[in-house]
Ligand binder design. Structure first.
Ligand code: C5P
Length: 399
């Protein structure tokens, strides 16, 4: 796991950095933190240390101690990745002009950024962000070895609405992981279906399934982290997917829409991962007006939906196909049948009998290969997605 140096400068967004650090620690990264005097106005060194990170603050440094005298150089040499989150307008200005007036700016100057840039995640009021001085500083930094993880737009702590919100912890983790991953999927296009399809009965009712989209999101992350171009075909989701330059999100609520999009995208894709919970049936006669509850009973005539992954695999057999099988009994037997009948390369079997999977962050799966080799995994959906993609590496080499 990587050695990550994180600078925290003065901004209210520092609270997000705590969540970011917590996630990095869960992923077993080693984290050292430089907390500026400004940063310490928002989060404490104790809080950071409690997450298992070594933390250094200007106020508590003692340069008469030999081990601290060269700390800025030692930290810069130790770091495999260097992220400054949040980067305040003041810190950005100092970095743009080579100031070295605190441990953080000294470490930046001492860091060899020729192989890995320093990642800056600005956070400030929208007016400060648009200020020509800030924009000129950003331009200077971009021309040097800094990568800016651009802030998002939205409501700000001060009440303004505009650009300057630091990215969320989840996005920072994703971007950090991406800097660490081997880009084995660069140039590859992967379709991922996720969420639950929605089959309309009338303008207000529908048939659907349980599915939050969390497993799909974990898979998208794992693919993006490996450099892939991802097309997310989204049914109904309980989560909002963050944006990413290599991610295209297409809303495909019904199974028919999802299939149409999948077939269009499949023409130049390399892989399809079907994680969506597709409704098995749709209504035969959609009612264009809301059905009134006049009678005690009504009967809906249903017809089978097309099987998305099977159809894609039939029309594009060269595509690698990965499916999921949510089962309540005879897990391996049913999943293996689906692997064969749908013509898949890999199937991930979920035991959903205990209802501990839907909308949870953890899952328990068995990955079944065509040869019958089965691997059981239990953990966060993120860990499971990582394992699935690790397993896929051998399949991907054949693309
Ligand atoms: O047949 P079953 O729904 O259990 O199959 C599950 C797998 O097939 C999942 O990967 C799911 O996304 C995919 N599927 C599909 N189109 C359907 C039904 C399921 O692509 N109509």
């Amino acid at each position: 796991m990587a050695k990550i140096l994180i600078g925290i400068s003065g901004s209210i967004a520092a609270y997000k950095t705590i969540l970011y650090l917590r996630e990095l620690r869960k992923l077993n990264h080693q984290c050292r933190v430089i907390l500026t005097t400004g940063g310490a106005q928002f989060v404490t060194a104790n809080l950071i240390a409690a997450l298992g990170c070594e933390v250094y603050c200007d106020q508590t440094l003692d340069f008469t101690k030999a081990e601290q005298a060269m700390l800025h150089i030692d930290l810069a040499k130790w770091a495999e990745r260097f992220v400054i989150a949040p980067s305040s307008a003041h810190t950005l200005a100092k970095l743009a002009h080579g100031f070295a007036d605190n441990l953080l700016t000294q470490a930046v100057l001492a860091y060899d950024a020729t192989t890995q840039p320093i990642y800056l995640t600005p956070a400030m009021n929208q007016q400060m962000w648009h200020n020509p001085a800030t924009q000129a500083n950003l331009q200077l930094l971009k021309e040097r070895n800094f990568t800016i993880w651009e802030p998002a737009s939205g409501l700000q702590a001060c009440g303004d609405n505009g650009t300057g919100r630091m990215l969320e912890a989840e996005q920072l983790v994703m971007l950090t992981e991406q800097t660490l991953a081997k880009p084995i999927l660069t140039g590859k296009k992967i379709i991922i279906t996720l969420g639950a399809t929605v089959e309309a009965i009338d303008p207000v009712r529908f048939i659907s399934n349980h599915s939050s989209g969390k497993m799909g999101w974990a898979l998208i992350n794992a693919a993006l982290a490996r450099g892939a171009q991802v097309i997310a075909l989204c049914g109904k989701l309980a989560i909002k997917l963050p944006t990413h330059p290599h991610l295209q999100q297409i809303e495909t609520l019904s199974a028919d829409d999802m299939l149409t999009s999948a077939l269009i995208q499949a023409t130049d894709a390399d892989m399809i991962v079907a994680c969506a919970a597709v409704a098995d049936y749709k209504v035969v006669n959609y009612a264009p007006q809301k059905i009134k509850k006049k009678s005690e009973r009504i009967t809906l005539e249903l017809t089978k939906n097309p099987d998305i992954i099977s159809t894609v695999k039939q029309q594009f057999p060269q595509l690698i196909g990965i499916g999921f099988a949510a089962e309540t009994e005879n897990l391996i037997e049913h999943a293996t049948n689906k692997l064969k009948t749908k013509g898949l390369d890999l199937i991930i079997a979920n035991d959903v009998s205990e209802q501990q999977i839907f909308n949870h962050d953890t899952t328990k799966v068995s990955i079944i290969e065509q040869s019958g080799t089965t691997q059981e995994l239990n953990g966060s959906k993120k860990q499971v997605a990582e394992k699935i993609f690790e397993q896929l590496e051998s399949l991907l080499c054949k693309i």
